[in-house]
Design a protein around this ligand. Structure first.
Ligand SMILES: Cc1ncc(COP(=O)(O)O)c(C=O)c1O
Length: 430
């Protein structure tokens, strides 16, 4: 069976949704069934893609086909369904590894999400390598998923956390980072793209600085892999974690990529079936990577869906995806302050340093109220701390509302947001 024989996009094919070298988001929308639904009598304006993305037909059909046509456990059944299931699962691994340009698909471990991928490193690598007084450098803009696992680790192992501060615009203070590296941390872990401010961090530069100081680097790619071209080889990081559900794939899919020699030296994270080669009553030998880190029955259909999503995005071309979202961001940053009096926007002003995430506040109106009124018009935005409480503390904000984009987002969505925000102001300001 070839890589392209299951639902998805033919190898190297460009979808009709790419015209004249740019995404046609209107054509793309037709491929997302949920976007034709109405909410409270309005067309749905989904602006919460940083939280989770919607799913194209190619992904839904890949999952559907798994359950309808060949549902069986993997790496076990010596029968047609079992072989097909195993092939599809391992083919998805190859597809996802290729999507981030991993040198070897065996370096890609399927997880439930980015959170699990980061916890895998914290439990397996962390408990073996972090000891009393060892430092881990994080940043002030981390999602809780790339903060809490390290807090738990250093509390248990008597290590230390250090934090790279941010500027008021939401850029990392690399001058302070340089100073922090003098404590010779064992690990530097930071987000590629901020889920709250949209900041795109200078990964390569930061990785080089960390390596020069003798530290390994983990990148939280949850907000990067769906939106910008990611090449783990050219980024040079040691661990790269991401979620499937934010990149058009099913809930419950995600992955960790890491360099082979690191994975081979790391002890298992979870024990059980699949991850063993031989089991005796008092000891076991473990399987090769990646299966050593995939204990129990995996989420096969979700992994197959993740493979289909990677194929779909590859068909669109990640350069096109990035250009489309940068265009939307520039439009939003232009139109919102002009059309919505008093709106406060946060994050870097330079669209080249920022992904399609727009946090904002309307003075005097709580973001939850903003989101609730917008919902009446079918507009979905997120309100709260977006799992970045320390970042909100740093910016002295109790909460923000956040609009975020994906391949199916359009300027019409932003216009609808503008109109919705004006309604919010009318309602609250009379
Ligand atoms: C930057 C970042 N890291 C990690 C996560 C955690 O993702 P998940 O909940 O899929 O594990 C998110 C989710 O919003 C995120 O935005």
């Amino acid at each position: 069976m070839t890589l392209t024989s299951e639902p998805g996009v033919a190898d190297g094919a460009v979808l009709p949704a790419v015209r004249a070298g740019a995404l046609d988001a209107y054509a793309i929308r037709d491929e997302f069934p949920i976007l034709s639904r109405e909410v409270h009598g309005h067309r749905v304006v989904y602006l919460d893609s940083a939280s989770t993305s919607q799913k194209p037909r190619a992904v839904i059909e890949a999952v559907d086909a798994f359950y309808r046509e060949y549902n069986a456990n993997v790496h076990r059944g010596i029968y047609e369904f079992g072989e097909r299931s195993t092939n599809a699962y391992e083919r998805a691994r190859v597809e996802v590894a290729r999507f981030i340009n991993a040198p070897d698909s065996h370096e890609l471990i399927f997880t439930r999400n980015a959170t699990e991928a980061i916890n895998l490193v914290a439990y397996s690598w962390g408990r073996r390598n972090i000891g009393r007084g060892d430092a881990i450098v994080l940043t002030e803009m981390e999602h809780h998923a790339n903060l809490v696992p390290w807090q738990i680790l250093v509390q248990e192992r008597d290590g230390d956390l250090e934090f790279i501060p941010i500027t008021d615009d939401g850029l990392l203070r690399l001058d302070v980072y340089e100073v922090l590296l003098r404590v010779k941390p064992k690990l530097v872990a930071f987000t590629h793209v901020s889920n709250t401010l949209g900041t795109i961090n200078p990964v390569r530069e930061m990785v080089d600085m960390a390596h020069a100081a003798g530290a390994l680097v983990l990148i939280d790619g949850a907000q990067a892999v769906p939106h910008v071209p990611v090449d783990v080889q050219s980024l040079g990081a040691d661990f790269y974690a991401f979620s499937g559900h934010k990149m058009l794939a099913p809930m419950g899919s995600g992955a960790l990529w890491a360099r082979r020699e690191l994975l081979e030296a790391m002890p298992p994270f979870l024990g059980g079936g699949e991850m063993i080669r031989e089991v005796h009553l008092r000891r076991s030998d473990f399987n090769d990577i990646p299966w050593k880190f995939e204990a129990g029955t995996p989420a096969v259909a979700d992994a197959v869906g993740l493979g289909a999503a990677a194929q779909y995005l590859r068909g669109l071309g990640m350069d096109h995806v990035r250009d489309h979202e940068r265009d939307l961001l520039a439009y939003a940053l232009d139109v919102l302050p002009r059309e919505v009096p008093g709106i406060e926007l946060y994050g870097p002003l330079d669209v080249d340093q920022r992904g399609g995430v727009v946090p904002f506040n309307l003075p005097g109106i709580h973001p939850h109220d903003v989101a609730q009124v917008l919902d009446r018009f079918g507009i979905a935005v997120r309100a709260g701390h977006h799992c970045t409480m320390p970042l909100h503390e740093r910016l002295e904000l109790a909460a923000t509302a956040r609009a975020s984009f994906n391949v199916y987002s359009t300027r019409d969505d932003i216009d609808a947001l503008v109109a919705g925000l004006r309604q919010v102001q009318t309602i609250f300001e009379g």
